[in-house]
Design a protein around this ligand. Sequence first.
Ligand code: ADP
Ligand code: MG
Length: 267
Amino acid sequence: MSRQKVLELKELSHIYVNASGAHLAVDHIDLTVYKGEFISLVGPSGCGKTTILNMIAGLIAPTYGELTMLGEAITSPSSRLGYMQQQDYLYPWRTILQNVMLGLEIRKEANAQSKQKIISLLDELGLEQSADKYPHQLSGGMRQRVALARTLITDPDLLLLDEPFSALDLHIKMQLEELVQSTLDRLGKTAILVTHDLAEAVAISDRVVVLGRNPGHIRKIVTIPRELRAAGPIEARKHPSYQACFDEIWYELDEEMERGGKGCRIT
Ligand code: ADP
Ligand code: MG
């Protein structure tokens, strides 16, 4: 059975233009993402990770290249896509239920059944009894789960996650990785995660896209061995295949840091 293509990026490029001039941020990105895949983007700060996600989300337009989701060009934000942005704040004056409801209200999908749907999703994400609380009453890890619930409630085909775990303690972060991977697996969702944590990328992904900078480009795409993927993020870190995979990505990034980007490559 051939795999369904959820997302196709062809020669995707973006130039920011502002008062100080034009800046090529992302240069010719080619990537096909298949249904059910978990892809991580890793690379140095400023290599264009958020720019790529913003283009996929339909928030900014590619300057050059093609971008299609389920065979259709992405030209504006779509309800088939859920985006958990780097700073995905919850509204302090809204309860947890109301914060998650917002995901539906924006899409005019809130109705009589919504409340029950949200409560069962909160339960699944380990947030039972949190529905009527306010964000300040929850821990950082719980608030991130609420933000995830808000992203999942609209049942998107594709999830974009920009460093959702970066501010959390290691222990909470690993629990959340486990929860995200198992939830997405069970729901058959496709996801693209931006992370600066290589250990996380190796432990949670099917493929890791290593990006270089100046301008942002793909250096290498590393396929994570099946046994690591099957193990789940916490167990994967203890697996015999884990270190070799981590080292391969580490080496790529180390080379990238030494070269200081594509523009500085000595040919
Ligand atoms: P990353 O998420 O990998 O840290 P970004 O996508 O945020 O990288 O940024 C990529 C490059 O584009 C950086 O050089 C950054 O300074 C530049 N950039 C990002 N946003 C803008 C903007 N709105 N205007 C001009 N340049 C920008
Ligand atoms: Mg970013």
